[in-house]
Design a protein around this ligand. Structure first.
Ligand SMILES: C[S@@+](CC[C@H](N)C(=O)[O-])C[C@H]1O[C@@H](n2cnc3c(N)ncnc32)[C@H](O)[C@@H]1O
Length: 352
């Protein structure tokens, strides 16, 4: 039965709902519509994030390589893209959630009191990540990690870890926003929920797909088509630093090394920052240029915003250096609340 389900992806399988900055989950059909007539079999999703675009390509029978610089995302890519036939069953979930007669580490409880989660939740996290890391099967481990990471995200105000703001959740106030029911639902209950979501997403498309964990400049191999959805830098030069916004999940994915990665001077115990040319308005031009040159033999696809840095016209010019035809598609017009004449469009550039 499981085998039959696994071979009928379009009908049976469902990509989990995402709660991640810049997720393209609402645009997958639109993007696929623009790619469907292009001649390609092998593909790379170079800035994979939640994996929603890689998954859509997998559903369409393409051979897919998912990549993301962050390890927590890589594990999610491994669970949902590379994995074609491994599931976690109820006994395994019970095993992961049980406390064994051992001294569990207390790293999260000691390091993050009163920052993101309640004390007893921090103790639970130390136990469950320790149990997950004992799983010997790579895909069961990454599926379980997916469920743990989603449980952490959904229990956070704004679904982020950028501030020490547990008080938003615990304050006894009348609320006009937020989802206190989700924040207060126990970790264990969310974990079981997200294991089901992950299991539902697993399928085989008959190809060998893989997940990698590289800086974009260090990805090996050649692909018929490469899709780039890098962090977006606004025209004011403001960008999303994913490693900073989701540092807690990146720490969890490096649980045993986490202590050495933390900037203990920061109130919210972030990871020590690392430079990234994709979030630097002076370096991003060169970063685009380098990847276009590196993958110049491939069909190049870029998701960006029309009002960013680089500007749409600059991206087109850059692509045209490597590709003879450049097409631009616009999803829809968004108007900024405070500006009557400035619009920001989600754009898809195709260089072939
Ligand atoms: C806009 S998000 C991608 C969203 C994704 N398409 C989705 O639908 O979920 C950009 C991603 O690029 C990753 N990233 C940032 N800098 C990177 C780099 N230098 N190399 C590879 N990945 C990087 C981030 O971790 C983040 O997940």
């Amino acid at each position: 039965m499981v085998g039959q389900l696994a071979l009928m992806p379009q009908i049976q399988n469902k990509f989990p709902k995402t709660r991640y900055q810049g997720s393209k989950s609402k645009l997958t059909n639109w993007i696929w519509d623009k790619l469907s007539t292009l001649p390609f079999d092998t593909s790379l999703d170079a800035f994979g994030g939640t994996g929603t675009i890689a998954y859509r390509l997998k559903q369409e029978g393409k051979q897919v390589t998912y990549n993301d610089a962050l390890k927590f995302n890589f594990w999610i890519g491994q669970a949902l893209i590379e994995n074609s036939e491994t599931y976690i069953d109820g006994n395994e979930v019970d095993w992961i959630l049980k406390a064994y007669d051992r001294n569990y580490p207390t790293f999260i409880a000691d390091t993050f009191p009163d920052i993101y989660f309640l004390d007893e939740e921090n103790v639970w996290l130390d136990k469950v990540i320790t149990n997950i890391l004992q799983l010997r099967d790579t895909y069961k481990r990454s599926l379980a990690f997916f469920a743990l990471a989603q449980s952490c995200i959904i229990k956070r105000p704004y679904n982020l870890f950028h501030r020490k703001n547990l008080y938003i959740r615990t304050a006894d106030v009348k609320r006009s926003f937020g989802n206190k029911t989700s924040w207060d639902r126990p970790f264990e209950s969310w974990f079981r929920h997200f294991v089901k979501e992950a299991n539902r997403a697993v399928f085989c498309n008959g190809k060998t797909n893989q997940a990698t964990h590289r800086e974009v400049n260090e990805i090996d191999g050649n692909f018929d088509l490469v899709y780039f959805d890098p962090p977006y830098i606004s025209d004011k030069g403001v960008s999303v630093d994913f490693r900073d916004f989701y540092h807690f999940l990146e720490g969890l994915a490096h649980y045993e090394q986490w202590a050495s990665m933390i900037d203990m001077k920061s109130k919210h115990r972030r990871l020590t920052p690392r430079p990234n040319e994709w979030t630097n308005k002076k370096q991003i031009y060169r970063a685009f240029e380098r990847v276009f040159q590196r993958f110049a033999e491939s069909i190049l696809i870029v998701s960006y915003r029309s009002d960013g840095i680089p500007a749409e016209s600059e991206l087109i010019r850059l692509l045209a250096r490597y590709k003879s035809e450049v097409h631009v598609h616009r999803y829809r017009n968004y108007q900024y609340a405070l500006s009557k004449n400035k619009t920001s469009n989600e754009i898809l550039l195709i260089g072939c």
